[in-house]
Ligand binder design. Structure first.
Ligand code: NAD
Ligand code: DAU
Length: 354
């Protein structure tokens, strides 16, 4: 079996659902259920004996030790993190605590577990650390996309905390020999993403008839990857990746934010036209920029393609239409996650209650 951390969040839950749709290998899913974790997402796995959900903190040494001793996983796939850049600007503490201290704790527990394995199982064990392209910092318009040899230059508290965790993971391999692999992925989108992130926020606000906030001039560029493709890349790295290596994962899909938002508006105009016949683009508003906002991210995913034969299957056009259809058909999920604490966040970040 494998241990997944953060498997009630956006990517972790997609990963657990995809994994168990393809294999009978059980998943122990450790998640603290912060505001970003949602058991409703894991609803399809209710009653499924192959999925063992444990509510808990990756920083809890006793709990993680006990889980590893009881289930003896052959791999840990580590998604759990505080993941939203804007929240890291308002309150970095939780990011340091979970992303750095939590990863440190998990590495120590993993090392003890690994040491207890037979030589054969030791050689097969993997600690797969799911990280981000934001650790590389920002690119100028003419710069080549990030490769695995780009220097680390994180700019936000979130990115710095993920960079810290990457360094710990690397050191646990170099010093102790723990078989770790790190993936550094670009921006994901798809089903079950919390509507604080650009794409689900814009879909949600458009349908709610409220403003679509664009930070600064909207010309910041991100490299978008459909979440199912990210999950496939992680499965491939787990299967064939080389311990001690890192792999960049991306969609070859660079887009300025304003163009992403206009694509969402055009798709909604087609699939769910506004009652007044106007376009959703009327709801776009340019708002104050994010402090320290990185201008451009772009991933060169050549290494994972050459060495592990992984390439994304979804284009942005097919992926975004699937995603918008999913949100149109899952109003109940959105409704549940956008009550209570969500409204407090929106007021704090955008100054209005949506
Ligand atoms: P998310 O915020 O949707 O989910 C994070 C999950 O971790 C939640 O279920 C939350 O409850 C859980 N969690 C938080 N703190 C915890 C703790 N201390 N102990 C146990 N569980 C805890 O995040 P996501 O977008 O699914 O991202 C998952 C991982 O992928 C993160 O490590 C993130 O840095 C990385 N990543 C995300 C993206 C992206 O575009 N979303 C891109 C590249 C990499
Ligand atoms: O690059 C990978 C990273 O992508 C992940 O590591 C992070 O966990 C994930 O949150 C994401 O970070 P970003 O900051 O790029 O994603 P976000 O969806 O918050 O913003 C995407 C872009 O859209 C960014 O340039 C900021 C802008 N934006 C975002 C919001 C929420 C807006 O213009 N308006 C908004 O309201």
């Amino acid at each position: 079996m494998i241990l997944v951390t953060g498997g009630a969040g956006f990517i972790g839950a997609n990963f657990a659902l995809d994994w168990l749709a393809r294999s009978d290998e059980p998943v122990v899913n450790l998640d603290k259920l912060t505001y970003a974790g949602n058991l409703q997402t894991l609803g399809p796995l209710q009653g499924d004996r192959r999925h063992i959900f444990v509510r808990g903190d990756i920083g809890d040494r006793a709990l993680v030790t006990q889980l590893l001793a009881r289930h003896r996983p052959r791999a840990i796939v580590h998604f759990a993190a505080e993941s939203h850049v804007d929240r890291s600007i308002h309150g970095p503490d939780a990011f340091i605590q979970t992303n750095i201290m939590g990863t440190f704790n998990l590495l120590e527990c993993a090392r003890d577990h690994w040491m207890s394995l037979t030589d054969e199982d030791k050689a097969k064990f993997r600690f797969l650390h799911v990280s981000t392209d934001e650790i590389y910092g920002t690119l100028e318009p003419e710069d080549p996309p990030f490769t695995e040899t780009n220097p680390y230059a994180p700019n936000s508290p979130y990115a710095a905390s993920k960079a810290g965790s990457d360094h710990l993971v690397r050191a646990w391999h170099h010093t102790y020999g723990l078989p770790v692999i790190t993936t550094n992925c670009s921006n994901n989108y798809g089903p079950y993403q919390f509507p604080e992130k650009l794409i689900p926020l814009v879909i949600h606000n458009a349908l709610a008839g409220t403003h679509l906030p664009i930070y600064g001039d909207g010309k910041q560029v991100r490299d978008w990857l459909y979440v199912g493709d990210h999950c496939a890349a992680i499965r491939r790295v787990l299967q064939s990746g080389k311990p001690g290596e890192s792999y960049n994962v991306g969609g070859w899909n660079e887009k300025p934010n304003i163009s992403v938002v206009k694509t969402i508006c055009a798709t909604l105009d087609k699939l769910r036209p506004r009652n007044d016949g106007h376009s959703y683009t009327d709801q776009i508003r340019f708002v104050a920029d994010r402090p320290g906002h990185d201008r451009r991210y772009a991933i060169n995913a050549g290494k994972i393609e050459r060495e592990l034969a992984w390439r994304p299957e979804e284009s942005f056009e097919t992926g975004i239409e699937k995603t918008i259809n999913w949100y149109l058909n899952h109003g109940d999920w959105v409704e549940n996650v956008t009550s209570g604490a969500y409204r407090d966040w929106v007021t704090r970040q955008y100054g209005t209650a949506e």
